[in-house]
Design a protein around this ligand. Structure first.
Ligand code: 2M8
Length: 448
C-alpha cells in the first residue's frame, strides 16, 4: 500500500502538537471546533474536546461542559452549535434565530435549533475519572461537575428518548442530516432526494468554501440547498420538535445516533449509581439503553450483518453501507457469534483490512463500495474521532485487540501532525480543516 510521504512525529511531539492546537483554538470559555472553518462550539465536538482537555486540565475540561450546557434548551435538547461572537460561519445565529422563534431556546448564548449525537456522558465519565485519578482540587472540581451536569445530561437523554423516537422502538430519529454528525454520508442520499427546496428558500452565501481550498472536499451546492431548506421548515415550525417530527421533509431513524444514545444512557447510569442518584432516573436510563440496544441490533441487514438506518418518511430501510453499519459494536446487544462476525467484517478486506488503505484507520465508506469518494467529506475519508469512539466503546465492550488495532493505525495516520478534520484513506493526506480540535483531543487521550 502507498505510504504517506510526510515526516512522522513521535509521541511526545505529537502530544505537544495536539495540546498546542487546543490552546490555539481556546477562546477562554470554549475551544472552537477549528480555527477558521468552525469558529464556534459544536455539541459533539465539544464532548470529544473535553475528553482531550481532561487529560491536561480537569478544571478547563469542566468549564467546557459548563459552556456547552449553558446553551441547553429548556426542554433538554443540547443544540448542535453554541455560537461564539465570531461571524465567520454560515448558517450563523441570524439565519437560525432560535431565540426569537423557538420557545425553548435560551436568549443567550445564541444556539442552533437542531442536535447532534449524544456523546456527552462519555466526556463526563472521562472528566470524573481524570479528577479522581489526580485527587485533591481536581477531584473536587470533577465531583462538583458531576453533581451539576448529571441532571442536565439526564434531561438531554430524556429529550431524545421521548421526542425523537417516532416509531416507539428505541431507534432515535434525526430531522436533519447535520444532526447525525455525518452530514453528507451516502446514508442520507435517498432521504435527501425527497427533500425539495421551495422557491421561497431565502437566498444565502456559503462561507465554508472560503476556508477549504478544494471544493471537492466539501458538500455540493445542491446538498446545501437541502440543508438550508430543512432549517427553513424548522423556522416556520417555531422549532417545535413535535411539529418537525410530524411534518418535516426529513425523518430517519439513525442507527449510529441510537447506538451512541444507548451507550451514553449506560455510562450516565453508571455515573449515577456511583454518586447515589435517584434509583428511578437510573432505572429509566437502563430501560432506554436496553430498548435502543435492541433496536440497533434489529436493524441488521440479513445478508451483510451491517446495521441500517430506517427512512421513516419513505417507510423503508436504507441499504447504503457506511461505517454506521458497525453501530452495534458501540452499544453491545449482539450474540457472541454475530458480534464476532461483525468484528471480522470490520477487520476484513472491505474495511480496515482493505489492501489499498494507507493505514488501517476506519474509513467512513468502504473503499469497495460504489459510493466511496476518498476525499469527499463523509463519503469515504477517515475521521480520527470516529475511530476513537469505536475504539473506546469496543475496549469497554471487551474487544481489546480490535480497539488497540484501530488506535495504533489511527495514531499512525495522524502522526503527520496536521490534526486534520479528515484524511484521504488511500494516501493518508490531510483533508478539510487543519488544526481541528476534536482530532487533537482524541490523540491526546490516546497518548496519555
Ligand atoms: C461538520 O458539520 C457542520 C454542520 O454542523 C458543517 O459542515 O458546517 C460535521 O463534520 C459535524 O459532524 C461536525 O460536528 C462539525 C464541526 O466539526 O462539522
Amino acid at each position: 500500500a502507498p505510504q504517506p510521504q510526510r515526516p512522522r512525529l513521535g509521541a511526545v511531539a505529537l502530544a505537544s502538537g495536539a495540546a498546542w492546537v487546543l490552546a490555539g483554538n481556546d477562546t477562554g470559555s470554549m475551544v472552537t471546533a477549528s480555527p477558521r472553518l468552525y469558529p464556534h462550539m459544536w455539541s459533539w465536538d465539544a464532548a470529544f474536546i473535553m475528553v482531550g482537555l481532561a487529560q491536561l486540565d480537569v478544571h478547563r475540561a469542566a468549564r467546557e461542559m459548563e459552556t456547552l450546557l449553558g446553551g441547553q434548551w429548556a426542554d433538554g435538547m443540547i443544540p448542535h452549535i453554541v455560537f461564539s461572537d465570531e461571524t465567520g460561519y454560515f448558517p450563523g445565529p441570524e439565519r437560525w434565530e432560535t431565540a426569537l422563534l423557538g420557545e425553548h431556546a435560551p436568549a443567550a448564548p445564541h444556539t442552533s435549533g437542531i442536535c447532534q449525537p449524544p456523546v456527552h456522558a462519555v466526556a463526563l465519565r472521562k472528566i470524573v475519572d481524570a479528577g479522581r485519578r489526580r485527587s485533591g482540587a481536581d477531584q473536587r472540581r470533577a465531583e462538583a461537575l458531576l453533581e451539576w451536569a448529571w441532571p442536565r445530561l439526564f434531561a438531554w437523554q430524556r429529550w431524545l428518548a421521548t421526542r425523537r423516537d417516532p416509531l416507539g422502538t428505541g431507534l432515535i430519529a434525526v430531522t436533519h442530516g447535520w444532526e447525525s454528525g455525518m452530514d453528507n454520508s451516502p446514508r442520507w442520499d435517498s432521504a435527501y432526494a425527497a427533500v425539495r427546496p421551495g422557491p421561497d428558500l431565502p437566498p444565502y452565501t456559503r462561507k465554508d468554501l472560503d476556508e477549504v481550498g478544494d471544493e471537492g472536499e466539501r458538500p455540493s451546492d445542491a446538498e446545501y440547498d437541502r440543508y438550508l431548506w430543512l432549517i427553513e421548515e424548522m423556522r416556520r415550525a417555531g422549532y417545535r420538535s413535535d411539529e418537525i417530527v410530524r411534518s418535516g421533509s426529513f425523518l430517519v431513524g439513525d442507527v449510529f445516533m441510537s447506538a451512541v444514545f444507548a451507550l451514553s444512557c449506560d455510562v450516565l447510569a453508571e455515573l449515577g449509581e456511583e454518586s447515589g442518584r435517584s434509583g428511578e432516573q437510573v432505572a429509566l436510563l437502563r430501560d432506554w439503553a436496553a430498548r435502543s440496544r435492541a433496536a440497533v441490533a434489529a436493524t441488521r441487514d440479513p445478508v451483510t450483518g451491517l446495521a441500517r438506518d430506517f427512512d421513516v418518511r419513505a417507510g423503508e430501510w436504507i441499504a447504503t453501507p457506511s461505517v454506521a453499519g458497525f453501530s452495534p459494536l458501540l452499544c453491545g446487544g449482539l450474540e457472541p457469534d454475530a458480534r464476532a462476525a461483525l468484528v471480522a467484517t470490520l477487520e476484513g478486506p472491505d474495511w480496515t483490512g482493505h489492501p489499498d488503505l494507507a493505514t488501517g484507520s476506519l474509513p467512513t465508506v468502504s473503499p469497495s463500495s460504489p459510493g466511496f469518494l476518498p476525499k469527499q467529506y463523509w463519503r469515504g475519508p477517515q475521521w480520527p474521532v470516529i475511530s476513537w469512539l469505536f475504539s473506546w466503546a469496543m475496549r469497554r465492550g471487551g474487544m481489546d485487540d480490535t480497539a488497540a488495532g484501530i488506535r495504533a493505525e489511527t495514531l499512525r495516520l495522524v502522526s503527520d501532525g496536521t490534526f486534520a478534520e479528515y484524511y484521504h484513506p488511500l494516501t493518508g493526506a490531510p483533508l478539510g480543516s487543519l488544526s481541528q480540535s476534536w482530532t487533537a483531543a482524541v490523540v491526546l487521550d490516546w497518548l496519555y
